[in-house]
Design a protein around this ligand. Structure first.
Ligand code: FES
Length: 106
């Protein structure tokens, strides 16, 4: 288990314990924890409803793939901290990272 922190519109980041051995994406983990993420594309980097901003630990994540970058490029307000949670696998390297939910209507 690792601990990540999730900031949403309620303010301070909240702690979330996440298992590393289930091959879950961050999007799946967040939905399982009760966060409202439509994930209308089913997790294939086509809807951006799972967009997050990485507030701490971005350097520990694998680089975004072409499909993720292509999707992020279509959005008007992304920056280098933007990622798609469906493209991030929960891993030990994520322990202590902080993410902010950035809902994208789609
Ligand atoms: S769930 Fe659609 S882009 Fe992540």
């Amino acid at each position: 288990m690792i601990t990540i922190f999730i900031a949403d519109s309620d303010g301070d980041p909240k702690e979330l314990a996440a298992p590393c051995n289930l091959n879950l994406s961050l999007m799946e983990m967040l939905r399982a924890a009760g966060y409202t993420i439509p994930a209308t594309c089913g997790g294939i980097a086509l809807c951006a409803t799972c967009r997050v901003q990485v507030l701490k630990g971005a350097e520990r994540l694998p680089a975004a793939g072409d499909q993720e970058l292509d999707m992020l490029d279509t959005l008007p307000d992304t920056d280098s901290s933007s990622r798609l949670a469906c493209q991030l696998r929960i891993s030990p390297e994520m322990d202590g990272m902080i993410f902010r939910l950035v809902p994208t209507a789609n």
